[in-house]
Design a protein around this ligand. Structure first.
Ligand SMILES: Cc1cc2nc3c(=O)[nH]c(=O)nc-3n(C[C@H](O)[C@H](O)[C@H](O)COP(=O)(O)O)c2cc1C
Length: 231
């Protein structure tokens, strides 16, 4: 994910993108981001609603957000409601195993065993520093939007992530911010008519970090695609 590696295809960008959880402090040229967002506006959406709205922070506003959320976390979970159920309640198979599996692989890359609950929690809490990323994007939309428009937001998000790869940048989508959505929205000055979907940490990957190097598993294609009528 350095800017010296040329991309040869869209498939290349897809393979190269991964959720990066350690960034360098190299600042990001806003002109690169402006290019990415201009192109991502071409993302499709049902009825061309283009429901995505994003607020992008760096420098002092980003530090103020980290401080605000850290202060809220210190007060405990009481009275704090997530924006939405991040996972379905009572997640069943095969999805539960996939979720568990990726978590185990992540912690294994860092050498944090299952018994080390504190270590695992500390790693999870790095989420709220954006894993050291110099830029944080918050993706939100009008609260009136439903599942089809949330799917549109996902297409926009993936478009942004792939375009960032093309610019030599890395990212990590972060729905963990939705756990403190009210604090994030208040700090951004967004009204209650908006709902926070996800953060997106953006910056240059720390290529040497073990957390950025483990192979992220995927289910076999057969588990996703049901071919019918093909020879
Ligand atoms: C909408 C969305 C929200 C996510 N939220 C988080 C998050 O809060 N923290 C985190 O570490 N990873 C988060 N992830 C990253 C996923 O864990 C990751 O995409 C998945 O394990 C596949 O790994 P890959 O992105 O490296 O291919 C999120 C991904 C998506 C698409």
């Amino acid at each position: 994910m350095t800017d010296t590696l040329p991309l040869s295809s869209l498939a290349d960008a897809l393979h190269r993108r991964r959720s990066v959880r350690a960034f360098t402090d190299r600042p990001v040229d806003p002109a690169l981001l402006a290019d990415v967002f201009a192109t991502a506006q071409r993302a499709p959406s049902g009825g061309n609603l283009q429901p995505w709205q994003a607020t992008v922070l760096t420098g002092e506003p980003w530090q103020a957000m980290k401080d605000a959320v850290a202060a809220r976390i210190a007060m405990g979970r009481e009275g704090q409601q997530a924006e939405y159920d991040i996972y379905p309640r009572g997640l069943t198979e095969p999805w539960d195993a996939r979720r568990f599996g990726v978590g185990e692989a992540l912690y294994a890359s860092l050498g944090i065993p299952r018994e080390d609950k504190r270590g695992r929690l500390a790693q999870f809490m790095h989420n709220y520093t954006g894993f050291g990323a110099p830029v944080m994007l918050f993706l939100h939309c009008s609260r009136i939007m439903g599942p089809p428009q949330w799917a549109d937001m996902g297409m926009w998000l993936q478009s942004v992530m792939l375009l960032l790869v093309e610019q030599g940048l890395a990212s990590c989508p972060q729905e963990c911010w939705a756990m403190y959505g009210a604090t994030v929205r208040a700090t951004l000055g967004l009204g209650d008519d908006q709902i926070l979907f996800s953060g997106l940490a953006i910056g240059y990957a720390d290529e040497a970090a073990a957390v950025n190097q483990w192979p992220v598993p995927r289910a076999d294609i057969e588990e996703a695609i049901d071919w019918r009528g093909f020879a």
